[in-house]
Ligand binder design. Structure first.
Ligand code: GLU
Length: 900
């Protein structure tokens, strides 16, 4: 018993708690079913009780005050006015007295500032601001304003003002009256007007649009701005492809708007028609926002309801507080931020700016309440996923069983229809169908098609004769085929190349050590050594320090000797190349720099050589009987072929290169043309057969036939496309869908799957390029550059050194700088004679001359005998400088140095 009582109590409490606390009233026209429905759905969402009053459309508002009084008696917390116009004035007056918050959802022509209400519909101020910026952005110099008779031009008065004040644009105003606007529209057309701003209630939109189309005012030269935010709630599909530019506004955002989806599904649940969220009209959405605002306010403001009697002029104590709270609370509704001014008007409204394109409605920017931000981004029709003319149609698609583009599926079950096939193009057409919403049926056709004696064959024939709609396989876009059919944008690029069996490996050749460096490198090495030899001799001769006293025990030697003879220089250079060194050691700075740079160069070259040599001596190489098509043409032992009736064989047939024509003739004569790629691959695998194939197919074959390789470069460059009838209306959809698939990497992904994974893909693994790469100039250039920089630096230093010596001598011997310089250069450039007399001042020289006169005679004999001995040795050229004198000891020393 106690349990029973407790259960009943709990149920009562639960009922009391779950029961909606407040009641709201709604006044609508009798036939405004959708508004009433929106009201009920919203009230249910926010847990309100509802009272609905209906008024006849005839304009008989006599009972309106009765309805409001009934609402007051029921203690409503707010009234939503779905009627608008003059009725609002009446409702507002009563609500004002009763202090019941009134929310309206329409633009009101009768509105005056002393009304106390909240209007959720964007105010004329909002539209004026938005329109002026939009027209300015569009840079219209003239436009026609179309407005409906009986409605004020409150939304466009700023535009009218602008046209009179500043000379920005010219406005022509045209009034649309009655139900037939064709005359006005035809007149506008004949006057050559192309830009229009249409300000009308949403009910007028459809007739205006259809009549404008009837009078051909909806072509690509015409642009419209519609003020009504309901434009894009209409079905505009029939205007989409005419090229007309239509701009309009939308108060809701469709993207990630869960509240909107919930509202739409609740709305649809109660309705016979199923609407998409974007097709909901502004008024329906604003009803939701009105109820939401009331709910938010009641959540924050504590109120108690009151039953009011109109007769007694009662008023609700919380009414004005609630109304003021709503005006300032800035809640977020379906129509974004709900902001009001002191008069309850919505001057700052956030609006999406939309444009109608062939791809459907596209958002091109936003109005943030103050500023228009245009962020036009092109979205493909396919991306929007809207209807295209291909939707729900069934097309016949020709395919071929050429791997990997099409295969017959292997299955233990009996497969039927499209299920029988798989492959790259099968998946590709599937993706296109998903995007464009069409159905398809495959038909096999092995012959891709060509022009044969004036008539088309294969796929091309079938498409031309309407026996099929599309052809998708490795169908090459060729000039000839393009005469017969249209092709989509290419989905794959390729070129002709040669498939050939990898030849057996050969052991390294006898002189493979020479192959480490390319010929170029060897030539440059020799050249550099010769150049460096000459440079070393010259630099050695002009560097003062290199002229050394040959007899160190004689303090004032008569001659100086130089170690940089031709033989010594060459020896020094070769010694370092061979990494053996030599006893020649440069003394002056310049030769030292040059020698160091040379040592560095040789170090790099030798290290690179040794490092690569090992690989060259052990790696066995493929010896290709041919590397290019020309070489294949020239040899007589290897057969070659291509697929019959394909673009590859046609390439040889119609080429401007006579060699290729001859190859085609040979292929034909010898029966080397095969009926499909599979046979070509089989023949190639048997050996001694080169198969001309498209590079994409070679790539596929190589992945599965590990002994086959591609030889040589591509002979041409072309593409695959989807074939369709000439001037096909589907081309633009297929093109944009293909582009989208390409840009998103989907086609590449499909290629990876069908080339590298499915059907034995990846069988051969990664083929290692075992062939050791020769070191060419490209690899060794750095070392040459170091040498090229170091040597000039050494040369410059040597020249400075020489100049300094020349200068000192000219001072010492009281001669001119020029004279000494010429003397020095003459001597240096002789490139012979590594003994140089020491020059002395005139006086000292004559004393010396006497002193040594006697000695000279003695030495003369021995000097002569030495000279004659040396002249027979061409490699050791010694030079006696003019009147120079040599002591036997010095000569002997110089010879020793030279030899070493
Ligand atoms: N893709 C070629 C065509 O469309 C077939 C293959 C070939 O000729 O290599 O004709």
């Amino acid at each position: 018993m106690i349990v029973k009582v407790l259960f009943i109590l709990v149920m009562i409490v639960a009922c009391v708690i779950s029961e909606p606390r407040f009641t709201i009233g709604g006044i609508f026209y009798e036939d405004a079913e959708d508004l009433k429905q929106a009201f009920n759905v919203s009230a249910k969402t926010f847990e309100f009780n509802t009272l609905v009053a209906e008024v006849p459309k005839t304009g008989d508002f006599l009972h309106i005050s009765d309805h409001v009084c009934e609402f007051a008696k029921a203690g409503v917390v707010g009234i939503i006015d779905g009627v608008g116009g003059q009725a609002t004035e009446l409702i507002q007056a009563l609500c004002d007295t009763l202090e019941i918050p009134l929310i309206t959802i329409q633009q009101n022509e009768f509105y005056t500032l002393d009304w106390t209400l909240i209007n959720l519909y964007p105010s004329p101020i909002a539209f004026n601001n938005l329109l002026t910026q939009l027209v300015t952005k569009k840079e219209w110099k003239e436009f026609t304003l179309l407005y409906v008779k009986g409605y004020s031009m409150s939304n466009v008065y700023k535009l009218l003002e602008m046209s009179t004040q500043a000379d920005l644009f010219t406005i022509t105003v045209r009034e649309l009256s009655g139900e037939d606007y064709r005359d006005v529209l035809t007149e506008a057309k004949e006057s050559g007007y192309v830009n229009f701003v249409v300000d009308c209630p949403s009910a007028y939109l459809e007739p205006i649009l259809s009549q404008a189309q009837q009078v051909s005012l909806m072509s690509d030269e015409h642009s419209y701005i519609f003020v009504s935010p309901d434009l894009f709630a209409l079905d505009l599909s029939r205007y989409r492809y005419g090229g007309v530019n239509m701009t309009g506004f939308r108060l809701i955002t469709l993207k990630s708007n869960n509240r909107l989806w919930d509202f739409t599904s609740s709305f649809n649940a109660e309705s016979a028609n199923i609407l998409e969220a974007e097709n909901l009209r502004t008024e329906e959405i604003l009803i939701y926002d009105a109820v939401l605002m009331l709910s938010d306010a009641l959540y924050k403001v504590n109120v108690t309801t009151q039953e009011l009697d109109c007769e007694q002029y009662g008023s609700w104590a919380y009414g004005s507080t609630l109304l003021n709270f709503m005006k300032t609370s800035k809640s977020e509704g379906l129509t974004k931020s709900l902001n009001f001014d002191g008069f309850g008007q919505r001057n700052k409204v956030i609006v999406d700016v939309l444009e109608l394109t062939p791809a459907g409605n596209q958002s091109i920017g936003t109005w943030d309440g103050d500023k228009l931000i245009i962020s036009r981004s092109k979205i493909l029709a396919t991306e929007i996923g809207e209807e295209t003319i291909m939707k729900n149609k069934t097309f016949k698609v020709l395919i071929a069983t050429t791997p990997p583009y099409g295969f017959i599926k292997e299955s233990i079950f009996k497969l039927e229809g499209n299920d029988r096939f798989e492959g790259f193009t099968i998946d590709l057409i599937g993706k296109l169908a998903d995007m464009l919403g069409f159905n398809y049926e495959f038909e096999l056709e092995a012959d891709y098609g060509k022009l044969n004696n004036g008539s088309w064959t294969g796929m091309i024939y079938k498409i031309r004769e309407d026996k099929a709609d599309f052809a998708i396989c490795d169908l090459t876009i060729t000039k000839e085929r393009q005469k017969g059919i249209d092709f989509s944008t290419p989905f794959m690029s390729l070129g002709i190349s040669i498939l050939y069996k990898e030849p057996s490996k050969q052991p390294p050749e006898m002189f493979s050590f020479m192959a480490v460096f390319s010929k170029e490198v060897w030539y440059y090495m020799v050249l550099v050594q010769l150049g460096l030899g000459v440079l070393m001799i010259f630099v050695g001769r002009i560097s003062n320090k290199e002229w050394q006293n040959p007899v160190p025990c004689v303090e004032q030697p008569e001659e100086l000797s130089n170690q940089f003879s031709l033989a010594n220089s060459v020896w020094l250079i070769i010694g370092s190349v061979m990494q053996q060194g030599s006893e020649i050691a440069p003394i002056a700075l310049a030769p030292r720099i040059i020698t160091s740079v040379w040592w560095f160069f040789t170090m790099v070259m030798v290290a690179s050589y040794v490092g690569t040599l090992v690989a060259f001596l052990i790696v066995e190489k493929n010896v290709m009987p041919f590397q290019t098509v020309d070489e294949l043409y020239e040899q007589k032992h290897i057969a070659y072929g291509a697929k019959e009736n394909g673009s590859t064989v046609d390439f040889f047939k119609y080429s401007t290169n006579p060699k290729y024509n001859e190859m085609h003739a040979t292929m034909k004569r010898r029966g080397w043309i095969v009926s499909n790629n599979d046979i070509g691959v089989e023949k190639t695998e048997k050996g001694n057969f080169a198969f001309f194939m498209e590079s994409t197919s070679i790539e596929y074959t190589k992945e599965r036939h590990c002994d086959l390789i591609q030889v040589g470069e591509l002979l041409d460059s072309k593409n695959y496309g989807i074939g369709m009838k000439k001037k096909s209306p589907y081309k633009r959809y297929i093109d944009s869908a293909l582009l989208k698939l390409k840009e998103s990497g989907e086609i590449q992904k499909l290629k990876e799957i069908w080339w590298k994974e499915k059907r034995d893909g990846g069988k051969c693994g990664k083929k290692q390029d075992k062939e050791q790469k020769q070191l060419g100039m490209k690899n060794m250039l750095g070392a040459f550059v170091v040498l090229g920089v170091g040597c000039p630096i050494g040369l410059v230093i040597a020249i400075i050194d020489m100049m300094w010596g020349v200068f000192k001598r000219s001072v010492k011997y009281n001669t001119t700088f020029k004279y000494e310089l010429i003397e020095e250069l003459k001597f240096a450039l002789k490139f012979s004679g590594d003994i140089k007399p020491v020059k002395r001042p005139q006086r000292e020289a004559s004393e010396d001359a006497e002193k040594v006169d006697l000695e000279r005679k003695d030495e003369l004999m021995s000097l002569r005998s030495l000279r004659s001995e040396r002249s027979s040795d061409t490699h050791r050229t010694h030079h006696s400088h003019g009147s120079s004198r040599h002591s036997p000891m010095s000569i002997a020393f110089a010879r020793r140095r030279e030899y070493s």
